[in-house]
Design a protein around this ligand. Structure first.
Ligand code: 13P
Length: 260
């Protein structure tokens, strides 16, 4: 049985006033939802807020994650933070391989770097959320499933995969991120089913325990149909996570889907 997981990715938004206020509103709202024990929730703020948000959310049941960390354990890497430093803040999740880090931000991270970051996360005691997804060009060229196979397989080289606490996967089609154009429920299910089949190839029946999240213009009004798909186990939410009401709407939809 996979318990739904809904993760907020605040990206480079909010500040030390609005961030903690939003975290508090999410925790308060979650407490008031029926059956809130049936969902896992995490928020991933900018690195500068990690410690503060972890303190605000301490004891609420809402977990904290970071959006990135460097793979080296320490040393002369100006501007970077290590996975152990992230863990020290109280965070327990780490997003790795987000499409903006693969395609938008200066370094253009490749699958080898993403794999090193995933392993560093596990080593530091963080649960990695490995993001994979095709560009519009790749989808139009019929390459979606091949891209997913490659990114998943490359990302997991040498990873520890012994249970649900070792890995979360997020399918985030690049063309759906921040565009208002979400994948259809059928497109999402096809990609998620493929990812689960590939996970089964890699790790056997344990693949049934790994949660695969959908991300890309997820909102309260499309969450019901997307999250109800048999292989969609929750969401990774950008824009709609910046308001408590819309983020809680997605959490409500996740609770409404049966545990899979
Ligand atoms: P949006 O929900 O804003 O499309 O962003 C999705 C995302 O990138 C989450 O990591």
């Amino acid at each position: 049985m996979r318990k739904p997981l809904v993760v907020a990715n605040w990206k480079m938004n909010l500040d030390l006033k609005s961030g903690p206020a939003l975290a508090r509103d999410v925790a308060d709202g979650l407490r008031r939802l029926d059956s809130h024990a049936n969902v896992d929730v995490a928020v991933c703020p900018p690195a500068t807020m990690l410690t503060t948000i972890a303190q605000v959310l301490s004891g609420t049941g809402v977990a904290v994650g970071a959006q990135d960390a460097y793979f080296e354990p320490g040393g002369a890497f100006t501007g970077e933070v290590s996975a152990a430093m992230v863990r020290e803040t109280g965070a327990t999740y780490l997003i790795v391989g987000h499409s903006e880090r693969r395609h938008t931000i200066g370094h253009l991270e490749d699958d080898r770097i993403i794999n090193l970051k995933l392993r560093a996360a596990q080593h530091a005691g963080l649960l990695p959320i490995l993001c994979v997804g095709e560009t519009l060009g790749e989808r139009q060229a019929g390459q979606t499933l091949d891209v997913l196979t490659f990114q998943l397989t490359a990302g997991l080289v040498g990873a520890r995969l012994t249970g649900a606490d070792d890995l979360v996967v997020a399918y985030e089609p690049v063309w759906a991120i921040g565009t208002g154009l979400n994948a259809t429920a059928e497109q999402a299910q096809e990609a998620h089913r493929h990812l689960r089949n590939e996970l089964t190839r890699l790790i056997g029946p344990l693949a049934d325990a790994i949660r695969i999240l959908y991300g890309g213009s997820l909102k309260p009004d499309n969450a019901d149909s997307l999250l109800a798909q048999p292989d969609v186990d929750g969401g990774l939410v950008g824009g709609a996570s910046l308001k408590a009401e819309s983020f809680l709407g997605i959490i409500r939809a996740a609770i409404g889907t049966r545990a899979k």
